[in-house]
Design a protein around this ligand. Sequence first.
Ligand code: BEZ
Ligand code: FE
Length: 274
Amino acid sequence: MAAIQTADPRLTEVVGDLLATLRGFIRKHHISHDEYRRAVGFMMETAAKGEIPLLFDVFLEATVDQVDSAGRAGTETSVEGPFYAPNAPLMKSPCTLPHRTNEPGDVLILTGTLRSVDGEPLGAAILDMWQSDAQGVYSHFNIPEERAPWNLRARVVADQNGRFEVQTWVPSPYQVPKDGPTGALLKGIGRHAWRPAHLHLRITHDTCETLTTQLFFTGDPWIDSDVVGAVKQSLIVTLDKHEDWADLQKRGFDKPYYAVSYDFTLPRLMRKAA
Ligand code: BEZ
Ligand code: FE
């Protein structure tokens, strides 16, 4: 059959290989017609429930991240996941993420510097943050109750020296949604649905490649068995507990808080020669 003139070479190559891989898989596992129809039904149900991003991100995004970031300099990347919402409120560092009155859990103060890999501070870089709360719930997506849409989400502008200081709340480990087809598939293959607690960060500056990453916490019970497989050793931090009474009073806190400092480095943008 003659090739269609407008065919995209990359698409032609990867789709051809994907189909060859799937056909080989069908032969290898003697997939029956009944199983094939169940797979089609599963994909239809996943789409109807709006879980396509969740399904792909749970099973495949960490591998895409590994492949796409191979050889990249600077802070290691991690997956974006399905719960990123663009255009969160813009706030200047130092700041506190939008939260409920009486936000439950422990306060966490995250500080650090944003630099390029050549060591230059990235003044006014933007640190886009999102996370689950202390009850393991993300704002913005299918929230059944009172959380504001931007709860614990903001785009924080670093100062002229690339420094940032953000007050948030320690997130909790959480289970990816279990009540739909993705959860049913995990259960069917004997896998749990837990992710270790993490902060999501997406750092942008007009001279650098965007950094999408996460920070995880030492001692988390799910750190070695993340359902998504997105934990990297260099992204695990230890939270320091602060309980000095005078310090708590000065900050207006009525219980101990946690703090951690982490410096992020971003590769310079690859500029094409003119
Ligand atoms: C998350 O970080 O929340 C996430 C990432 C990938 C799949 C599901 C959830
Ligand atoms: Fe997450």
